[in-house]
Ligand binder design. Structure first.
Ligand code: 0O2
Length: 226
């Protein structure tokens, strides 16, 4: 127990660079691999920006409200590898962690989510590896979003590489809910009774936000008909 505590303490004391140091190199150095993921984020982000621009010009509509991107931190990568019982090398990261490059597409309406996902997936350089529809089947917590794991090519000086990117598509209401729930999930030292109460409240809010999304979409459709 004391040893475990000391280990945890030691782990917390590591700096970001020391954590990176702990990730042993495989075929590629860590920094280079991360830079490839950054390029993949740029590629996919541009695809969505182009689609949004085209919709704005053609239909006077902006299906995408915001685009947020992030590269998974070395700390989170290490935690995920540890959880999966995998060694920390860049080859293993590339093969087994599918959300190093993450893009969040925030739309106003649910139907825009499916429209944008379809338009991305029909592009001939995009390969769909996995799709999880937490809108059609929300998680027990109430979490809703459409998740896609795609592979996209990046063109380097002397090679073409396929990189994995996780795309999460959500409405503004889904994103609002997920941000608050995320805060609760990572909150330490919270009493079990309070945690249970807040989780219940959040699940209730998830239902209300789903209802709000549906009603707003109905109103939008009625306005469009006029
Ligand atoms: P972060 O900090 O957002 O990156 P995986 O963990 O990917 O190996 P899993 O559980 O099958 O396996 O992935 P899933 O369900 O597709 O979810 C992955 C990501 O979706 C999470 O990333 C969150 O961003 C989001 N997510 C999933 N479920 C919930 C939820 O109940 N609440 C909230 N707020 N977000 C959720 P990470 O890695 O957990 O965290």
């Amino acid at each position: 127990m004391i040893i475990k505590h000391l280990k945890d303490h030691f782990f917390k004391e590591l700096t970001r660079d020391e954590r990176i140091e702990k990730i042993k190199e495989g075929s590629l150095p860590y920094a280079r691999l991360m830079s490839y993921y950054k390029c993949a984020i740029m590629e996919v982000e541009t695809k969505f920006k182009v689609l949004n621009e085209q919709f704005s010009l053609k239909y006077d509509e902006n299906p995408i409200e915001t685009i947020k991107s992030r590269l998974k931190s070395p700390d989170s990568i290490m935690k995920k590898l540890k959880k999966k019982g995998l060694p920390m090398t860049t080859d293993i990261i590339e093969e087994h962690i599918t959300d190093i490059a993450g893009i969040r597409i925030i739309c106003s309406f649910e139907e825009d989510i499916y429209k944008m996902a379809k338009l991305l997936l029909q592009q001939d350089d995009i390969t769909l590896l996995e799709q999880k529809d937490y809108i059609a089947s929300p998680k027990e917590s109430g979490y809703r979003s459409l998740h896609l794991i795609v592979e996209v090519p990046i063109f380097l000086e002397d090679e073409k590489r396929s990189m994995k990117v996780e795309v999460q598509l959500r409405t503004i209401a889904m994103d609002f809910w997920a941000s608050l729930e995320h805060k609760l999930r990572y909150k330490k030292n919270i009493e079990p009774e309070l945690l249970e109460q807040l989780s219940k409240d959040l699940t209730e809010c998830a239902n209300i936000s789903a209802e709000l999304d549906h009603r707003m979409e109905m109103i939008k459709k009625r306005i469009k008909k006029k």
